[in-house]
Every structure is written in structure tokens, then in C-alpha cells.
Ligand binder design. Sequence first.
Ligand SMILES: NC(=O)c1ccc[n+]([C@@H]2O[C@H](COP(=O)([O-])OP(=O)(O)OC[C@H]3O[C@@H](n4cnc5c(N)ncnc54)[C@H](O)[C@@H]3O)[C@@H](O)[C@H]2O)c1
Ligand SMILES: O=C(O)C1=N[C@H](C(=O)O)CCC1
Length: 260
Amino acid sequence: MSIGLFGFGKTGSVVANEIINDKDCELKWVMRESSNNIGEFASRLLGFDHKEGKIYNVYEVDFNEFYKDNYVDVIIDFSASCAVNEYKEAVKYGSKIVSAISNYEEENINQLKQLSLQTAVLYSPNITIGINFLMEASKLLQKIAPNADIEIIEEHFRGKKDVSGTALRIADALGLDKEQHVNSIRVGGIIGKHEVVFGLPNQTIRIVHESHNRAAFGQGAIYAAKWIMGKEKGSYSMEQALSLIMSGSKDNELEPTVLL
Ligand SMILES: NC(=O)c1ccc[n+]([C@@H]2O[C@H](COP(=O)([O-])OP(=O)(O)OC[C@H]3O[C@@H](n4cnc5c(N)ncnc54)[C@H](O)[C@@H]3O)[C@@H](O)[C@H]2O)c1
Ligand SMILES: O=C(O)C1=N[C@H](C(=O)O)CCC1
């Protein structure tokens, strides 16, 4: 499977490493906004011996022409909300899209939805496998204990400006007011932690998911990319990509490496 990657920052560079390490994937190119390392290969920067993942600058590429010669099976996006404008031409050639942008501007999410009329698009504000388990477990617990007080706590690195898209999605799934029940903490270098607290009169239940390494996002994105390869045009979620696994069917177990 050939992959084009948007974003080579804190997360994109770790995702690139995971893609290069995956025997079923080839990282064809990387698109970034900054002017660092343009023309170099992501593989070399990450310590591999071979050349894979040539780095391009978004401002130097003519996107009307680029995809003719640089087709990829799947584009994975860990860059910014507006980047959707830069790959709308790619879907004309059949590329599928996995977007991991955590918080979309309304205009851009509408553009992404438009693309799903032409190709398969999977969008997830938190593409780790584990957070989807937290989401399902929380919905189940809410059903069992409908009178519990519920609060969502999200913790991220100091520089993260936006409220966690994942926390907002959990609030939605549990029917909670986002303004009232999402609590944000920004300290140090926390990569991503989400906790759902269920308060009962004499006891508390907490469901916690924490990403210890950004490789968790890469593994989730690769899982999503492999899954979407078999899909027709349309809009998909990570919950859908994991539904067979979450059904508990023995035939659909995750490869152990995905959760390591
Ligand atoms: N869904 C998830 O699980 C998940 C996990 C981690 C990060 N994210 C999201 O991924 C995005 C990037 O996060 P980060 O921490 O790596 O940020 P970062 O600032 O470290 O890196 C952003 C990268 O995107 C590039 N970029 C910016 N605008 C671009 C554009 N228009 N076209 C192409 N490249 C562009 C920058 O050059 C940089 O390489 C954010 O939206 C973040 O919330 C999502
Ligand atoms: O910006 C990040 O880094 C992350 N954002 C997500 C969110 O906003 O929910 C979660 C994963 C990391």
C-alpha cells in the first residue's frame, strides 16, 4: 500500500517512522508547511539507510499536477484543518483519505465530507485503537448506571491550544453538555490522556486511556489505512473500522503488534 503523509511535526514524524517500519506500506512522499529538510527523505532523517518518503513543501507544489505523477493509495493527514484543500485533486485519481486532524474548522470538515462523495474517507480525532475501547466501555457503563455523575478529563502537552476533539466526541457519545462536562489540563509533555469519571454516592469508577508514545497514533492510522483500502466511497469512522474487533469475534483479533 502506498501512502502520502501530510504533516511532519511532533506526530507526523513518528507516524512516518511507523509507516516505513511496516512491511505492507511504502511511504511515497511527505508534505509539510515548514521549509525544513525539503527534498530530503523522511527515512534518512529517521535513521534508516534507504530513501523513502521524499519531503515536499506545500507552498512549492502545484497540486493540480502533483498527483498525476505521485499517486498514492491512501493519504494520511496529521497536519492542519485547511490541508484538505491540498488533497482534493488526489481523490480524482482514486486516493483514499485517513484524516486525524483533531479539531476541524467547519468549512474544512464540510470539504472533507464533500470528498467522501468521491472516495472513501475515514476521519477520527483520536485514531488510537485504545480510545475506541474507552468510548464503548463508557457507553456501556452509562447504560448500567444512568444516574451516575459523569465528568470527562482530558490532559495534553502545554502547547496544545484546542480543546481535545476526542473529549468532545466522548461528550457527544454520552449525551453530555461539552461546556459543562469537559475539563482540560495542559501541562508539560503529556501526549494524550482521556478519563471518564463516573460518580456514584459511595464509589467512583474511572475509565482511563493514555497514549505514552505518538507511535500509538501511527499504528492506529496504519490500521485505518489498511481497513479503508477495501472500502467504497463514503464517510467512515474509527469505530466502524474496529467494529468487528469490538464485537469480540475470535476471527477478528487485532495483530498483537497494534496494541504493543
Ligand atoms: N487523531 C489523532 O489521534 C491525533 C493524534 C495526534 C495529533 N493529531 C492532530 O494532528 C495535527 C498535527 O499535530 P502535531 O502535534 O503533529 O502538530 P505539529 O504542529 O507538531 O505539526 C504539524 C505539521 O503539519 C504541517 N502543516 C501545517 N499546515 C500544513 C498544511 N496546510 N499542509 C501540509 N502540512 C501542514 C507542519 O509543517 C508540521 O509538519 C493536529 O491537528 C493534532 O491535533 C491527531
Ligand atoms: O493534538 C494532539 O496531539 C492530540 N489531540 C487529540 C485530541 O484533540 O483529542 C488526541 C490525540 C493527541
